[in-house]
Design a protein around this ligand. Structure first.
Ligand code: GDP
Length: 460
């Protein structure tokens, strides 16, 4: 258990029905007892079990009343951090919260660092690192699908998978070591094929986990999507149609959407971060130029580019400029305004299509948008992995660790193929076992732990 007692406002900034000041540590009850007057004269420091008390926070300096509160006492180890935790539920105003926080700091607690409550939960063994990461993922979840993934992680889906893989590797190490350490006992050496086969199974499972990483990261951070096209082609209308609300300015005057707007769209559970850009074209207008440059920059950073063309006009020089921005980016070509007579010659697109899908839509008439949504969903899940299926890899840290562990396992396989003695396999297997331990946090350095928790907010 950590020595000091920490305190922080756990609820979001701003006005709310209630606000919570959270304390955790050995002296949590003592700190709270200095400030809290129970309406039934209960001595909360004597609490032997978790309990809720009703009463008031009183400034000990002058006995002035600060707020009417509920006090939630959670005795170690039955708390979020596994330490004694007290949550003071007061009214949700920033002055009252700050005042109560200040009183806890004057009474023996220190201000918690970002993520320190969850860090303590990790250090005290209540959560492993994948579960701790899931806490922040839950807070930041953008769609039901991202929430589902994060909850799965919090419930230990990924942790369980990793532990199981580590267990199997450890078992192989033990068997191999037995043949090395006790050659006189005639322990039967494991046949190379059987070691190889067990290894291959683990390799397959890690590869299958890795194959979820693209979708996992998209569910977590959103699919960075950019809508490009010449002025008046329907970019803002498309964004609005996807948002089903009119936040961007839709106008008939070319080039009015000059700045870019980023919005989140929930597309079949996939959070799309859509950037709506100004028309891309060469111009002497300074403001417009910024729009053009930004569009180019957005295309470079985008996971997916939606290119809009106007079915009712022949392909123009501007369209060619827009299409040439695509280079090798993942893109869908959308032919909009299909409700109007078609003047666009589709053959002229040949040079830009390649593997890309062309979808005919009419934002005005609401045609083809379901096809677009289906196409994006298939791109993200690549037809195979759905959100409901098991553990996901959803951050770069997890992905890198798995890749390195995979490398160790491949090296172990190579030593078998090369006919090298078991010692060599043990070395590689041990490295893989340790690497995977970094995922759960068992074999991870303090720097990495600090880095992970520094991304949390204060009070979590
Ligand atoms: P942006 O400059 O690319 O953002 O284009 P806007 O979204 O502002 O649309 C320009 C004009 O085209 C507006 O008057 C829209 O109502 C119209 N428009 C957008 N989509 C369609 C469509 O599918 N069919 C028709 N006929 N008009 C459309």
């Amino acid at each position: 258990m950590q020595e000091d007692t920490i305190s922080a406002v756990a609820t979001a900034v701003g006005e709310g029905g209630i606000g919570v000041v959270r304390l955790s540590g050995k002296n949590a009850l003592n700190v709270a007892a200095r400030l809290f007057q129970s309406s039934t004269q209960k001595d909360i420091e004597r609490s032997i079990k978790s309990q809720i008390y009703y009463g008031h926070i009183v400034d000990p300096k002058d006995n002035s009343l600060v707020d009417e509160v509920l006090l939630l006492v959670m005795k170690a180890p039955h708390s979020y951090t596994r330490e004694d935790v007290v949550e003071i539920q007061c009214h949700g105003g920033s002055v009252v919260l700050r005042r109560i926080l200040g009183l806890t700091l004057r009474s023996g607690a220190r201000l918690a660092e970002p993520g320190e409550f969850t860090k303590r939960a990790f250090l005290n063994g209540r959560l492993d690192l994948t579960q701790a990461e899931a806490v922040i993922d839950i807070i930041r979840a953008k769609t039901d699908a991202s929430l589902k993934m994060a909850i799965g992680h919090l419930e230990g889906e990924l942790a369980g998978k990793i532990n199981q893989l580590r267990g199997r590797i450890l078992e192989m190490i033990a068997q191999l070591e037995a043949t090395i350490d006790f050659p006189e006992e005639n322990i039967e050496e494991l046949p190379a094929e059987s070691v190889n086969a067990s290894l291959q199974k683990i390799v397959d499972e890690i590869e299958s986990l890795l194959s979820t990483s693209a979708a996992g990261r998209i569910l977590q951070d959103g699919l960075q999507t950019v809508i490009i096209g010449k002025p008046n082609v329907g970019k803002s209308s498309l964004l609005n149609a996807l948002l089903r609300e009119n936040r961007a300015i839709v106008t008939d005057v070319p080039g009015t959407t000059r700045d870019s707007i980023e919005e989140f769209v929930n597309l079949r559970g996939i959070p799309l971060r859509i950037v709506d850009t100004a028309g891309i074209r060469d111009t002497s207008d300074e403001v417009e130029k910024i729009g053009v440059d930004r569009s180019r920059a957005f295309v470079e950073r985008a996971d997916l580019v939606l290119v809009l063309l106007d079915a009712s006009q022949p392909l123009s020089q501007e369209d060619h400029q827009v299409l040439s921005l695509l280079a090798d980016r993942k893109a869908i070509i959308l032919i909009n305004k299909s409700d109007l007579p078609e003047k666009l010659v589709r053959d002229e697109l040949a040079g830009y299509v390649g593997e890309r899908q062309i979808i005919t839509i009419s934002v005005a008439a609401g045609l083809g948008l379901d096809v677009l949504e289906q196409c994006i969903a298939e791109m993200v899940f690549q037809g195979s992995v759905g959100v409901s299926e098991g553990a996901f890899i959803n951050n770069v840290r997890q992905e890198n660790i798995l890749r390195l562990a995979l490398q160790n396992l491949m090296e172990a396989k190579n030593t078998i193929v090369a006919g090298l003695p078991a010692d060599f396999q043990v070395i590689d297997l041990r490295s893989a076992w340790e690497k995977l331990g970094e995922l759960s946090g068992e074999t991870v350095s303090e720097d990495i732990i600090n880095e992970i928790f520094s991304r949390f907010c204060i009070g979590k």
